[in-house]
Design a protein around this ligand. Structure first.
Ligand code: UDX
Ligand code: UDX
Ligand code: ADP
Length: 476
């Protein structure tokens, strides 16, 4: 008969595991949810009395305040968490491999494997093990092999795939009201039973018509496919934005007109960024590319790879526009970069376009001042060092400074580059910014954030991504 889940353990207290299990705890007061992580500092932050949580996510603190100590617990005692649970989510990190076979493309499954081996070693009763991290197709199969080869007598493991579709910055809203919950299982009697047990958990707040149950491989591939197709829309619109900038057509108008087609739809057609960032899109597409190549499907691999290449092109193109506009050189010039997170409402910088932009500006020998309302300074230094390994740390600090406010960052700058769509940049006292800048004062809006007309009236020369330089608009 189906397992009635009363204790859940989540391995990995990161961007996925933390919010997901906090919401499960909120909606299922009868289930004890324990989130475990090897990283003591991270667990301490989740447990901190002033709720200084390790990730910034609107609404998250409120959920943790309501559930922590009630039926939500954070701990470094991974083994005890495993031992107690009926159901275990594996939400550990799966970065792109940096070395070895598939370097730069394949996912590093080391953390998944370690966590899986730990489950096999520690468990003394049967468990449902749920793959939550984004992983390449057929990872569940590897997990099953490891679990079966190492389990104790009488311990049975069922593996489910339950990919998470939340977007950062809107994680809590996405979790409370998901477009769909996807659960993949083996189509065996035991697999289907495990699947029903997990359905029961979600059914506490998600309508059954929104819970899709499919085969294990379909579930794993759907996650990669969804992210690849979302990213593909952005690369498509970014490619069109290059045509707009060259012709004077307006990408906003084009996207609006295209999106009115109900077969296409309006979402994810915004040239909201100088290329997409975030921990998922690039990683998942590269996984898909690697998978296609492994399956001897080079045309499929080339098709998806182009989505990532277009994204790199978008970033290069934006840098070139900044340099060209500033009279073809930015050497020794002060450039203020507003925003460093890959999108607003998160402190996450993974694959942020801002990193690439700052690196390009460094290579052009500019002086860069950065401000972001959420990103830790130490994170910015780490990101820049990783992006520019040839630069000595002192050299980076000679060219880059991190400022406590947008006004500070813009002081005496020649240009302001808006890299993240934080609302506070729209509300900035742009007159004050202008008064303290070198003239002519340029604003490069990489996020279609500010009112270009208003800024132009103040005196700025405004360059907006997806629009031609001022004066190139078609007048017919
Ligand atoms: C298309 C556009 O739909 C229309 O808006 C435009 O004005 C002209 O081009 P049409 O070519 O008449 O219209 O037919 P459409 O239904 O779009 O199909 C085009 C092709 O795509 C067909 O070969 C169809 O079989 C194929 N198709 C369509 C698919 O392979 N899969 C789909 O999901 C939809
Ligand atoms: C994404 C998916 O949306 C989510 O379903 C999946 O689970 C994880 O990956 P996330 O990376 O958190 O979520 O954020 P998302 O809002 O999708 O933005 C990703 C990037 O695309 C950002 O850099 C954003 O600025 C950019 N973007 C998004 C655009 O450039 N244009 C758009 O229209 C939308
Ligand atoms: P994601 O965005 O996928 O949630 P994160 O890097 O934010 O990724 O979080 C993954 C978390 O998993 C990290 O906090 C890391 O310390 C934790 N982790 C990795 N491997 C293990 C493991 N074997 N046991 C427990 N926690 C782990």
């Amino acid at each position: 008969s189906d397992v009635n889940v009363t204790k859940i353990c989540c391995i990995g207290a990161g961007y996925v595991g933390g919010p997901t299990c906090a919401v499960i705890a909120l909606k299922c007061p009868h289930i004890k949810v324990t989130i475990v992580d090897l990283n003591q500092a991270r667990v301490d932050a989740w447990n901190s009395s002033d709720y200084n949580l390790p990730i910034y996510e609107p609404g998250l603190e409120q959920v943790v305040r309501e559930t922590r100590g009630r039926n939500l617990f954070f701990s470094t005692d991974v083994d005890r968490g495993i031992q107690e649970a009926d159901l275990i989510f594996v939400s550990v990190n799966t970065p792109t491999k940096k070395t070895g076979v598939g370097a730069g493309f394949a996912a590093d499954l080391n953390f998944v494997e370690k966590a899986t081996r730990r489950i096999a070693q520690i468990a003394t009763s049967s468990k449902i093990v749920v793959e939550k991290s984004t992983v390449p197709c057929r990872t569940a199969e590897s997990m099953r092999t490891i679990l079966e080869a190492n389990s104790k007598p009488g311990c049975h493991f069922d593996i489910l795939s339950n990919p998470e579709f939340l977007a950062e910055g809107t994680a809590i809203a996405d979790l409370l009201n998901p477009d769909r919950v996807l659960i993949g299982s083996l189509q065996t009697k035991a697999g289907k039973s495990a699947c029903r047990s997990l359905c029961e958990v979600y059914a506490n707040w998600v309508g059954l018509d929104h819970i899709l149950t499919v085969g294990l491989w379909s579930s794993e591939l759907s996650k990669l496919a969804a992210n690849a197709m979302l990213a593909q829309r952005i690369s498509s619109i970014n490619a069109l934005s290059a045509i707009c900038e060259a012709t004077g057509a307006n990408i906003d108008e084009v996207a609006h007109a295209v999106g009115k087609d109900t077969r296409i739809g309006p979402k994810f057609l915004k040239v909201r960024s100088v290329g997409f960032g975030g921990s998922c899109f690039q990683k998942d597409i590269l996984n898909l590319v690697y998978l296609s190549e492994s399956l001897h499907l080079p045309e499929v691999a080339a098709y998806w790879r182009q989505v990532v290449e277009m994204n790199e092109y978008q970033k290069r193109r934006f840098t070139r526009r900044v340099v060209d506009t500033l009279f073809k050189t930015i050497t020794g010039k002060k450039i203020a970069v507003l925003g460093f997170a890959f999108k607003a409402d998160t402190g996450d910088t993974r694959e942020s376009a801002a990193i690439t932009l700052v690196k390009h500006f460094m290579e052009e020998k500019a002086l860069i001042s950065i401000y972001d309302p959420q990103v830790e300074h130490e994170q910015i230094w780490m990101d820049l060092q990783e992006a520019a390994p040839d630069y000595a740390p002192q050299q980076i600090k000679k060219q880059v400074q991190i400022c406590p406010s947008a006004i500070d960052a813009c002081h005496e700058a020649e240009a302001v580059v808006i890299a993240t769509e934080w609302k506070e940049f729209r509300k900035l006292d742009w007159q004050a910014v202008y008064d303290n800048m070198s003239k002519p004062a340029f604003v490069f809006d990489g996020r279609l954030l500010v009112d270009a007309d208003k800024l132009t009236k103040i005196g700025f020369k405004v360059e907006v991504i997806g629009r031609g330089a001022p004066g190139t608009e078609m007048t017919i």
